[in-house]
Design a protein around this ligand. Structure first.
Ligand SMILES: C[C@](O)(CO)[C@H](O)COP(=O)(O)OP(=O)(O)OC[C@H]1O[C@@H](n2ccc(N)nc2=O)[C@H](O)[C@@H]1O
Ligand SMILES: Nc1ncnc2c1ncn2[C@@H]1O[C@H](COP(=O)(O)OP(=O)(O)OP(=O)(O)O)[C@@H](O)[C@H]1O
Length: 276
């Protein structure tokens, strides 16, 4: 049961359906153009009013994560100057390209803003490049180094399986291994996709520019993509963020669940989801 006066917030997995790296700023950060969606699955935060900040971690994937000031939940509270007693049920792998930590920071801010009846803070990119889009937690185009977030009209939901081979990939390593920092952006105007099939067709022509460097740094990513592409239900398989999590798009939720069953003997983290 939740403590009295507590709120619950889902910190959904963030998926980069596309991730085009279009340049690099003098400070080393990369310019991005990304179509970002969110899953109906993620970490679960319970946030109760408290005089001092606290953080308790639970869940199968919490092992090894810090509970001190380096946890993005605590960083988010310190950034906003807000306090709360947060219980974080970790269900997403960390350092996995699906924004686990960034989505936790964003959910902390959303939950505390609700509890305190306060507006969401600005400038949250200081907490991490993915935090502004995770704060919106809806389909969006992400540009700049992550701070320019343009919410999109509701997309047709996509069904998918998320797969992580159980390796942490540090984001800076993958950006460093990227050979060309200047690649074409997505079209200026995104199409108005009439259905999910049209969106998937369009995605074939787009890219995740971090996929080649991730493949060179972590061969496990290639093994995941090969296995997903061999599956009869897979319409498109791609890596999210800087990896190592990959997604396979399917026709229906049932097809995603059946595919997840077929992957159950791999030892990988496998999660059927709906993305929107
Ligand atoms: C790759 C993405 O997941 C795409 O959504 C994000 O851009 C990464 O978001 P994030 O994990 O919140 O990133 P941060 O914690 O801000 O940055 C981690 C590191 O990634 C690199 N980084 C990140 C974002 C960006 N636009 N350019 C970069 O070069 C930098 O080396 C930085 O030190
Ligand atoms: N609440 C948290 N959950 C997960 N990781 C956290 C958290 N707080 C701090 N971290 C640290 O942040 C690092 C990156 O975590 P995160 O899950 O956001 O990366 P990511 O999945 O690569 O995200 P992105 O897609 O934004 O690059 C990890 O190495 C982890 O130790």
């Amino acid at each position: 049961m939740s403590p009295k006066g507590a709120v619950q917030e889902l910190a959904p997995a963030k998926i980069n359906l596309t991730l085009h790296v279009t340049g690099q700023r003098p400070d080393g950060y990369h310019l991005l153009d990304s179509l970002v969606v969110f899953a109906d699955f993620g970490d679960l935060l319970t946030i109760a009013p408290a005089e001092a900040p606290s953080l308790t971690l639970t869940g199968p994937l919490s092992a090894g994560l810090p509970t001190d000031d380096s946890n993005l939940v605590r960083k988010a509270m310190a950034f906003a100057g807000w306090t709360g007693a947060v219980t974080l049920e970790k269900r997403l792998p960390a350092a996995a390209g699906i924004g686990g930590g960034s989505s936790d920071a964003a959910a902390t801010l959303r939950g505390l803003a609700r509890l305190l009846d306060a507006p969401l803070p600005a400038g949250t990119e200081a907490l991490g490049a993915d935090v502004p889009v995770c704060l919106a937690a809806r389909a969006a185009r992400m540009q700049g180094v992550g701070e320019v977030v343009t919410p999109l009209p509701a997309l047709h939901p996509l069904h998918a399986v998320l797969v992580n081979p159980g390796i942490d990939i540090p984001t800076p390593l993958i950006f460093r291994a990227l050979s060309s920092k200047t690649n074409p952006p997505m079209p200026v105007d995104l199409p108005d996709w009439p259905d999910a099939a049209a969106l998937i067709d369009w995605l074939y022509g787009m890219r995740n520019d971090l996929e080649p460097p991730a493949l060179s740094q972590a061969p496990e990513v290639g093994a995941v993509l090969d296995r997903l592409r061999q599956d009869k239900a897979c319409l498109l398989a791609r890596m999210s963020g800087s990896g190592a999590t990959c997604f396979a798009l399917t026709d229906t939720r049932h097809a995603a669940e059946a595919m997840a069953d077929r992957l159950s003997d791999t030892g990988w983290w496998v999660q059927p989801v709906t993305l929107a």
